[in-house]
Design a protein around this ligand. Sequence first.
Ligand code: KG4
Ligand code: ZN
Length: 332
Amino acid sequence: MTTLLAIESSCDDTSAAVLRDDHLLSNVIASQKVHEQYGGVVPELASRAHQQNIIPVVDAAIRQAGIGKDEIDAVGFTRGPGLLGSLLVGVSFAKSFATALDKPLIEVNHLQAHVLSHFIDRGEPKPQFPFICLLVSGGHTQILLLKDYFDIECLGTTIDDAAGEAIDKAAKIMDLGYPGGPIIDRLAKEGNPDAYTFATPNIAGYNYSFSGIKTSFLYFLRDRLKEDPDFIEKHKADLCASIQKTIVGFLLKKTERAALDNKIKQIAIAGGVSANSYLRSELQRICQKHHWQAFIPPFQFCTDNAAMVGIAAYFKYRKGDFADISLPPYTR
Ligand code: KG4
Ligand code: ZN
């Protein structure tokens, strides 16, 4: 049996988790409220908050797991991609902790971690290789073909904004607050998704583009606001439901195409946007239609967390794939 401590600090959540093999013993996440007033993550403030949070968060994860530090066999950490100042806190902490314990270090790619979160043991069926994973977060939008844990082919990606970024920007345009994803999700439940239609761009293959959708949403609102300054306030729910349907529909249309073309019958979703209730129910509907299996992560594994870093580290530990103490973080 292997006991792993995992650290995630790539963006604005400080998180630590303890796993015993593929079982999660604890997963502590400190979210940084400081960014809300700025309507986006301020890198300088994020690294400072990580610096304040990292020791209490790791301490809580070890205590909640009910283990002693001496039981830890290795320390996994997110090496990148992410914000440099944020990554440096987690990477430096992981190196120091592993050195103090005289245990090996395991570097983890944040995107692989999101995808591999499906393999944390929950007593439920896991995806079987090969399967497709739609990875949708604030920084990334990719259709991935998983042939093995670390044999991942990227079939498509965004050529500009990420899906989460587009949703956050739509919320910002409507002055709804930050992060916009959960707010749009909540308001959309009261609205009509067919109230307004926004065109999606024609992009080759399995690639995406979101900046045009954001711009057409902005122009649409600008025109309506000229006629009625209260337009957004009056039609908030319909606007949220319609923009959400546009983005989710675009995401799933290409994912469905990729699965059909590659004869894949299992589709997983991962990343912060996979918490979206409309994306989750639409994926279920499409999979039922084709008799495919849908793999939808529990909410705690959608947005950034160290549990997913821990499971990725576990599969690397089994291969003896350890990191050198000197390696620096990477941002992209
Ligand atoms: O994976 P994540 O926590 O961080 C990155 O690696 O980027 O993803 C954050 C993104 C944000 O854009 C946030 O608005 C979005 O995930 N998000 C959602 C929902 N919850 C979080 N988007 C739509 N619906 C949600 N319920
Ligand atoms: Zn993430």
